[in-house]
Write a protein that binds this ligand. Structure first.
Ligand SMILES: Nc1ncnc2c1ncn2[C@@H]1O[C@H](COP(=O)(O)OP(=O)(O)O)[C@@H](O)[C@H]1O
Ligand SMILES: O=C(OP(=O)(O)O)[C@H](O)COP(=O)(O)O
Length: 397
């Protein structure tokens, strides 16, 4: 059980409550939100504070704008969507400095039940460095702090960890639910236990494999993650995604898997494309035969079968990271096949991550999963058994 104060332990009436959410939602090239699960998941905490006479000041990051204001990463579309979902006005305090004149004025004018959303916290370079000054600026806006950003709980940044040091703090309903549901599933997982890793954040996530090897029976690797491993095996991977400085680590991990008797399955075939777009020349090739001028954007048909068989034998399955560039129809089949196999299996099935959750939603198999987590990297680190800094920083009960 989570030994942290929750929003219900705070007296929010008449108070300004700063709430850290993870509104890092997938968007298309037109800046439209393609999956609003992370926004919907924040509603219970926001409504609790509104209904109990508090003032809600929301903050989040979106994407990786590298410490500079960039309209591409503005939270304005999130403010609009949230306003529709809450059926009330969400005041968007658009400040390039995050805590600037607009934000201060909007907060000063708040009445009980009002909701203000600050601009993307990653517009400030101090955010990802957990800068003390920025944390104090954020804290100065409010009386209380609630962390409900489960998807960001594996980061120690100013807007989750830093700010918590300057205000009485609690976790929100989403963080509580995620920890309780996944904690239960992971406390004594039924075996075989299969983990599936893919996606594009290769250097961020390859590190979790070491600890996962102590927990799982099989590890299936697809998505952008697969090519660093294939390169480590000595294959040519053409123009596919590669983390050059992780090749050695990939070699060590394959060796460790063998020593520990964990089945580490890599794709045997891949869908390669001329360009990173849907309407381009593409074909399926064996992983030994990736052409130099093409890039792998999905797992192939043979791999889908092998992975599905492994999933159907499992009693517990955790998955983070799409198997291919599922946003493009021609490269979505691998991801669909994994979702389908998980939906058919009678195992405990947990999917995590902003894009993975969106991918599962797109397949329509979302209702067949045991749990869809809002966190990808966060849920992986939780499965590893690591302490999540964003949760550890919150006041104990
Ligand atoms: N082979 C690939 N090459 C490039 N990008 C890929 C590949 N396979 C998957 N991706 C991309 O990975 C992204 C999701 O990765 P990630 O952020 O790690 O997952 P999540 O958000 O679920 O945690 C998707 O946008 C998808 O297009
Ligand atoms: O989308 C997120 O993580 P995820 O892709 O692992 O689910 C979180 O919002 C964290 O974002 P970050 O990986 O840029 O720190």
């Amino acid at each position: 059980m989570l030994n942290k104060r929750t929003v219900e332990d705070l007296d929010v009436r008449g108070k300004k409550v700063l709430v850290r959410c993870d509104f890092n939602v997938p968007m298309n090239e037109n800046g439209e939100i393609t999956d609003d699960r992370r926004i919907r998941s924040a509603i219970p905490t926001i409504e609790y504070i509104i209904n109990n006479g508090g003032k809600v000041i929301l903050m989040s990051h979106l994407g990786r704008p590298k410490g500079e204001p960039n309209p591409k990463y503005s939270l304005e579309p999130v403010a609009k969507r949230l306003s529709e979902l809450l059926n009330k006005e969400v005041i968007f305090a658009a400040d390039d400095n995050v805590v600037g004149e607009n934000a201060k004025k909007a907060v000063a004018e708040m009445k009980e039940g009002d909701v203000v959303l600050l601009q993307n916290t990653r517009y400030r370079k101090e955010e990802t460095k957990n800068g003390e000054e920025f944390a104090k600026e954020l804290a100065s806006l409010a009386d209380l702090f609630v962390n409900d950003a489960f998807g960001t709980a594996h980061r120690a940044h100013a807007s989750n960890v830093g700010v918590s040091q300057h205000l009485p703090s609690a976790v929100g309903y989403l963080v509580k639910k995620e920890i309780e549901v996944m904690g239960k599933a992971m406390s004594n997982p039924e075996r075989p236990f299969v983990a599936i890793l893919g996606g594009a954040k290769v250097s961020d996530k390859i590190g979790v494999i070491e600890n996962l090897l102590d927990k799982v029976d099989s590890l299936l690797i697809g998505g952008g993650m697969m090519f660093t491993f294939l390169k480590a095996k000595g294959y040519e991977i053409g123009k596919s995604l590669l983390e050059e400085d992780k090749i050695e680590l990939a070699k060590e991990l394959m060796k460790k898997a063998e020593e520990k008797g964990v089945k580490l399955l890599l794709p045997v075939d891949t869908v390669v494309a001329k360009e990173f777009k849907n309407d381009t020349e593409f074909k399926t090739v064996k992983v030994e035969e990736i052409p130099a001028d093409m890039m792998g954007l999905d797992i192939g048909e043979e791999t889908r079968k092998i992975f599905a068989e492994e999933i159907l034998k499992a009693k517990t399955v955790v998955w983070n990271g799409p198997m291919g560039v599922f946003e493009m129809e021609n490269f979505a089949k691998g991801t669909e096949a994994i979702a389908e196999a998980m939906a058919k299996s009678d195992a405990v099935t947990i999917v995590g991550g902003g894009d993975s959750a969106a991918a599962v939603e797109k397949t329509g198999y979302n209702d067949k999963m045991t749990h869809i987590s809002t966190g990808g990297g966060a849920s992986l680190e939780f499965f590893e058994g690591k302490t999540l800094p964003g949760i550890a920083a919150i006041d104990d009960k």
